[in-house]
Design a protein around this ligand. Sequence first.
Ligand code: IPM
Ligand code: MG
Length: 359
Amino acid sequence: MQAKIALLPGDGIGPEVVNEGVKVLNAIAQRFDHNFSFTENLIGGIAIDETGNPLPDDTLAACLQADAVLLGAVGGPKWDDPTASVRPEQGLLRIRKEMGLFANVRPVKIYPALAQSSTLKPEVIANVDMVIIRELTGGLYFGQPQGRQDTENGRAALDTMYYTEGEIERLLRVGFTLAQQRRKKITSVDKANVLASSRLWREIAHEVRQDYPDVDYEDMLVDACAMHLIRRPGDFDVIVTENMFGDILSDEASMLAGSMGMLPSASLAEGAKGLYEPIHGSAPDIAGQGIANPLATILSCAMLLRTSLGLNEEADLIESTVDIFLAEGYRTADLACNDEKILGATEVGDFIAQGILQH
Ligand code: IPM
Ligand code: MG
């Protein structure tokens, strides 16, 4: 198969982990006789430094032309000034909007070999295998009006949580469809006891669920969900929720797995197009040292192959090679407990690529 993949390495450890993702994709291309071509463009802080724009036009054009996008991370202390009018994160938000990436899919699963890395007791996390589906192009992140005002009470600012029924319905359908392919359970998370947008969310969820009678449905308030994720995380299968709630809950859920360095994500549009990225950030404190964990990016490449290119066997092979890596006792610095074999980013990429070629 021929496929065009747009690379957006971004800031901090982004370029280091994307390099390893490309190494693994090239190994897959070689092993299965595919032809993947890559473009590389700027996004985030580095794009601000070089062009003044966190999402330059040629970056957006390359992404819109590609079959899929692989992103590293954006942001860092250099661009953190809260009064700055141009920020790296704006590049990420704009590409989500421009590509129509309304569904952010974040799987959280426990690797038995890493049970020790979690801060929670092994028996609490034993059966964790969930997917959080976060609405990504609406809600507080995009609702208008948004901004600052000078009032008679001094400085003020506002954000707006706004949703249309179409935005809610399409996200819910992604969740129900995925639940049908998994353990057939869905939890719709809202704050319907307080927010009007959440009451609309719940109303629509109750309509949409009629079309999926085989899926076990529950509503949950977001504060209760934050608690149950720690208390009984193994009970969740698919969670669907609005943008900001999903941002917070998915970071919380990521800690069940021990390290953010293991968790991939996909941001999907209607159709097969998607943007894939590790859920961790740019980790400026360890950038340039070669010790970043590239596994979340490598696992994001597996999601890319499966979801945007329909290459299931290839995706399975990446995931099973990661399983072997961990089972053989190899670790990256973020996962290390005691005397495991600690590898740097390049060595991890080499190990996975070799495993794929030798399979
Ligand atoms: C994420 C990140 C982003 C978000 C930031 C970097 C804008 O936290 O992808 O979860 O809030 O969506
Ligand atoms: Mg986040």
